[in-house]
Design a protein around this ligand. Structure first.
Ligand code: GTP
Length: 480
């Protein structure tokens, strides 16, 4: 960078820091009319400089006196003759006893653009360390879903905004916290922004000159290759102007794997030939984790972690479709524990819960990976067996053998840890059995509820006949 320019930007940056720390209103005059920015505590993009000032003023509203900024690292980077990016990492000291706001480092990205004779701030992305949740904390489902849909809405909004933009500079002003990159036509990296080092730990010189695939895990590479192939097939003349958007796992220098959402776009010369690509990568590891938590909470039983009724019905639907294609039978085993209530009544709900967890483990041990074990509710479980024989008699024999294996396994004694507040101490040995109803099915001759109802009715028959036994439901044709 030209020496004079570097000095000028550095001066403006220092001025920004001084005015920010002093909460000085004169800072507003340094912002461009086209300003956009991300405030420290939020993920909302603000487009109005007065709104920005109003919001960031609240950052240290309760702090009497002046905060002190301890600069740790600062880098200036030219993006074009009239655009300079400044990235700074620093600690924030509170006025009382020089106390640190957080041991984590704060980050500020400022983008300066020359407007006439002046260098103005067109984007400010400040990230003040702050944790929204303790590690491992699970939110209530509702709050998770709300968070997730808020994140989704945010990504949709930013994605839409990016689609409208045509130039790298515009993307920069939208979100400088993300990684910006460029490649040549062979997908060899020619530029990577400083955010990548903070995110993945690789220095820019360890990335530039290397193939873009080195950024991804093997799975990520396979995904990107597949996407490029599909795009080539859909658009053989390769005239597409739009962004290619995908989510892929990225490698970090320390071996961690993070998720990134990538928006990539070809750069073309005057003849329309592709001369390279540029784009933006946003880390979405946290969003993926939240999505997975939401999925886990929505489709699994919280006590046993087995599939819940919703996921079971989904799997039954898939199994019936597969059975229709393959002509193989499936079977649904409906189980209800016998005399479970007295265990709860004598030793408390906690001990009852331990038994349910142990039942879940034993059931999983009895079936193959492709089969589904679900908790239907209370002390009711369902096991869905797939890919049994094409012949009904043979399939029935197979289902009977597995049902018998389950019945025997569940009847073995249970050794449970007594609850500290309960009447017993140490461990409790408990005997428990299950009544099992089996419905064998093939294809889609009946609907899911009918299969479940048939197995349920057979289970009741097993209870009536004395418990700890297996009963088969009549086939739907003979039942009709
Ligand atoms: N510990 C515990 N108990 C539960 C849970 N959900 C339901 N239950 C109890 O499970 C029992 C189910 O009882 P039932 O199936 O009606 O009766 P049972 O004693 O098993 O008798 P039969 O089914 O007739 O053999 C009730 O006492 C419920 O309170 C749970 O999540 N944990």
């Amino acid at each position: 960078m030209h020496q004079d320019r570097q000095r000028k930007i550095r001066e403006l940056f220092d001025e920004y820091i001084a005015l920010y720390a002093a909460r000085d209103d004169r800072l507003t005059a340094r912002f461009s009319q086209n300003f956009s920015g991300y405030p420290g505590s939020g993920n909302r993009l603000i487009h109005d400089r007065d709104e920005w000032v109003r919001i960031t003023r609240q950052d240290f509203a309760q702090v009497p006196g002046r905060i002190r900024i301890e600069m740790l690292d600062l880098s200036l980077q030219d993006l074009s003759p009239d655009v300079v990016v400044v990235t700074a990492f620093f600690h924030i000291h509170l006025p009382s006893d020089g106390q640190l706001l957080s041991r984590e480092v704060a980050r500020l990205v400022l983008i300066f653009r020359q407007e006439g004779a002046e260098w103005m701030i067109v984007h400010s992305g400040i990230s003040i360390p702050y944790r929204s949740a303790q590690d491992g904390e699970v939110y209530p489902l509702k709050s998770l879903q709300e968070q997730n849909s808020a994140l989704q809405a945010l990504v949709d909004e930013r994605t839409r905004a990016l689609h409208e933009s045509q130039a790298l500079y515009r993307m920069l002003t939208e979100d400088a916290q993300d990684v910006l990159w460029k490649t040549d036509s062979r997908l060899v990296m020619t530029y990577i922004s400083p955010a990548d080092e903070r995110l993945r730990g690789f220095r820019a010189d360890e990335v530039v000159g290397h193939h873009v695939f080195e950024m991804f895990t093997d799975q990520g590479v396979a995904l990107v290759k597949g996407l490029l192939k599909r795009r080539a097939a859909e658009d053989p003349s390769d005239t597409s102007e739009g962004f290619l958007t995908f989510q892929a796992e990225h490698r970090c220098k320390d071996g961690r794997v993070i998720w990134g959402e990538v928006l990539a776009k070809p750069d073309r010369n005057a003849q329309g030939e592709i001369v390279g690509y540029h784009g933006i990568t946003r880390e979405i590891t946290e969003r993926k984790r939240l999505e997975e938590q939401v999925r886990q909470l929505a489709f699994h039983d919280t006590l046993t972690h087995l599939a819940n009724r919703r996921l079971l019905v989904e799997h039954l639907d898939q199994t019936m479709s597969a059975s229709k294609r393959s002509h193989r039978h499936g079977a649904l085993l409906f189980l209800d524990l016998d005399n479970f209530k007295p265990l709860n009544d004598t030793h408390g709900h906690g001990v009852g819960d331990l038994l349910l967890i142990e039942v879940a483990e034993r059931l999983k041990d009895c079936v193959r990976e492709a089969d589904t074990v679900a908790r239907f509710g209370g002390d009711e479980f369902v096991v869905l067996l797939c890919e049994l024989d094409t012949l009904q008699d043979e399939a029935t024999t197979q289902a009977a053998a597995i049902a018998e294996k389950i019945r025997t396994r569940l009847a073995e004694p249970y050794v449970l840890q007594a609850a500290p507040s309960g009447p017993a101490t140490g461990t409790i040995e408990h005997q428990c059995t299950a009544s099992i109803g089996v419905a064998v099915f093939r294809g889609r001759d009946e609907d899911q509820n009918s299969v479940i109802d048939r197995a349920d009715a057979a289970m009741y028959q097993a209870k009536e006949d004395g418990r700890n036994r297996i009963r088969f439901a009549p086939s739907p044709i003979s039942a009709a």
